[in-house]
Design a protein around this ligand. Structure first.
Ligand SMILES: NC(=O)c1ccc[n+]([C@@H]2O[C@H](COP(=O)([O-])OP(=O)(O)OC[C@H]3O[C@@H](n4cnc5c(N)ncnc54)[C@H](OP(=O)(O)O)[C@@H]3O)[C@@H](O)[C@H]2O)c1
Length: 293
């Protein structure tokens, strides 16, 4: 299998000293053994090495099982793949250690390549409850401990605003390696990307395809036509060309393959500008985390 996913162009350095591939497969809603097996099998064939799950997706167990089944079939070992998971908002704070152990156990792994605090708030607390801040600080301390003993190779956060991130940077021992956020031409996240750049945090995009909705966006379709590519490839290329890693999800093997072909073409400056001009703060993930105290 080509190791191009690990070449310097197709991966980014993390402040933890490891590298993260720019292309990964999202697995939200891929439930049960067979759908995961189909998507992951196609993904490994196409060169994906990263798989993104979370405790709240309810599929860590099946994902771990499918990875163990597929690695030998592809002549790969555990160290060839990069697994990402996330702490559930129900396990934020006092239950964080239990949540981290649950993810390791569900995935059936000695270590997880990247573990994220999924959400700045705690399930069941009002957004303005000051306990949210206390709990996420507590969660971070626990992630630092798992990092220190090598059970998490890198640690990071998701859905953190610039305010949450700066608060974390002030109080942490280990700075986050990654911020995973919704990002696409309709939500370019300029401010957050700048904060990350300055702090040496890798910025990772989720919902790059707008959950599918951006594939019908006329400007995206026009750019795709000019490049002789598909709208999905244009949206993913827009990100990876800027060093942003992506996690497209598809249950359809041929689309998984299509979404991987983003390293063999380039968008011109003019095409990038056209896509950037779509920015209007549209969120396809409706919950906004910025109002959490
Ligand atoms: N940290 C967080 O809070 C967070 C939040 C959201 C997502 N994520 C992560 O990011 C991943 C991706 O985001 P997402 O799942 O929201 O959505 P997405 O990747 O933006 O879009 C997925 C949708 O697009 C369709 N699709 C995929 N490739 C396509 C193609 N080439 N042509 C046409 N349709 C295509 C899929 O349908 P088919 O399956 O039918 O192909 C699916 O309905 C998630 O799976 C998850 O791992 C993280």
């Amino acid at each position: 299998m080509a190791s191009h996913v690990h070449s310097p162009v197709n991966s980014a350095a993390l402040n933890s000293g490891t590298e993260i591939p720019l292309l990964g497969l999202g697995t939200y809603k891929l439930q049960g053994h067979d759908p995961l097996y189909r998507s992951l099998s196609s993904a490994l064939d196409a060169g994906y090495r990263t798989f993104d799950t979370a405790a709240v997706y309810g599929n860590e167990g099946h994902l771990g099982q499918v990875v163990r089944e597929l690695l030998p079939k592809h002549g790969l070992s555990r160290s060839d793949v990069f697994l990402i998971s996330k702490l559930a908002p129900t396990d934020q704070g006092p239950r964080a250690r239990e949540g981290c152990l649950k993810s390791l156990e569900q995935l059936g792994c000695k270590y997880i390549d990247l573990y994220l605090v999924h959400w700045p708030g705690t399930a069941g607390l009002e957004p303005r409850d000051p306990l949210n801040a206390e709990h996420r600080a507590q969660s971070w301390t626990v992630l630092e401990e798992f990092y220190a003993c090598g059970q998490f190779k890198a640690i990071g956060v998701s859905n953190f605003s610039a305010v949450h991130l700066q608060e974390l940077l002030r109080g942490c021992t280990v700075p986050p390696a990654v911020l995973q956020m919704e990002c696409h031409p309709r939500l370019v996240q300029r401010e957050l990307r700048d904060v990350c750049k300055q702090a040496g945090i890798h910025f990772q995009a989720y919902s790059s395809l707008g959950k599918g909705a951006l594939l019908d966006e006329p400007v995206v379709k026009e750019v795709a036509e000019v490049c002789g590519r598909t709208p999905a490839q244009v949206l993913l290329r827009w990100a990876v060309q800027q060093g942003i890693s992506v996690l497209p999800r598809s249950s359809q093997p041929q689309r998984v393959q299509e979404n991987a072909r983003v390293f063999d073409f380039e968008l011109s400056g003019k095409e990038m500008d056209r896509l950037d001009s779509l920015n209007n703060e549209t969120r396809f993930c409706k919950r906004n985390s910025a109002d959490i105290f």
